[in-house]
Design a protein around this ligand. Sequence first.
Ligand SMILES: *Cc1c(COP(=O)(O)O)cnc(C)c1O
Length: 352
Amino acid sequence: MYPSIIIDLKKFRKNVQVLRDQCHKRDVKMMAVTKVFCADHKLVKILNEEKVDYIADSRIQNLKEISTDIPKVLLRIPSHGEIEDVIQYSDISLNSELSTIELLNSESHKYGTKHGIILMIDLGDLREGIFDENEVYNVVKRVLELPHIELRGIGTNLTCYGGVIPSIDNMNQLLKYKQNIEEKFDISLEIVSGGNSSSIDMLLEDKIPSGINNLRLGESLVLGRETAYGNYIDGTYNDVFCLEADIIELKVKPTVPIGQIGMDAFGKVPTFEDKGNRLRAILAVGKQDVDHRELIPFDTIKPIGSSSDHIIVDATEGHNIYEVGGMMLFRLTYSSILSLMTSKYVTRYYDE
Ligand SMILES: *Cc1c(COP(=O)(O)O)cnc(C)c1O
């Protein structure tokens, strides 16, 4: 069935191995992040076999589906409506709100367990994390009084909302927090989680200050690249995931629509540049599955537009011979993998 997302399991395994080994070589533990592929079972199986240190996802529904002996981490700050699931299906969660941590404590008490937390500190990217220094110490003080919560460490998230790149400076700020917390409360913090795939450049350049001992990696595992500068990582693959969609119409048509132009299917008024007659293919996949601008053709063809269920591709300059009933193949980006894996209309094929 098409459209299909083709997943190369050997290539994924290689990416996992390369990144895990690069982390371990530097005494950094790896949290393998599964959200972009919706914790697909075959990919999670590889994470199990390759013995990553943690399996992490932002959705508790995904963690619920994962069976593993590896500790499971909830990346998104828990919502008050999912506390029971968080206690049942994750070992550790990232947190920044005391009221939430208190709920986790009482729920853990009911289950007779202890829940681990990593306290998130916002160093300027302005997504999650405590921003005010005094608040950090006040929250730690209170957390240490909660009998069913174990403060496993601290962490920060960068290059997500604000695009702030990890640096020696902001990594040292995180380490300073660790030192201050340890001294003020006479405890030792096991985990200092220094970020996501945007920290890999620093990792590979051996610029991550020692003491940062954990990274949470998602995009780099699936696309073989770091996300601070977009560089590919030696020894990894960028085509673990590909989209194959079938051609349902192939005709030569003008580039400019004929008639008075009003709104398109999504309420926007489109504009067109006249390039004369072009060979246009319609693919049986649409906005409901993926944004056509996030498809990277292997051939010199170009996705030029889409509606809910159709993507139009200019195939005039293609080298391959296309025909109705045939296929077009694309490499993918982070956001196109995310949306295709989430669409129930897309079939998953595994290259074993
Ligand atoms: C998604 C996510 C990650 C993984 O980020 P990548 O850029 O895909 O490596 C790490 N930490 C948190 C909190 C996340 O939500």
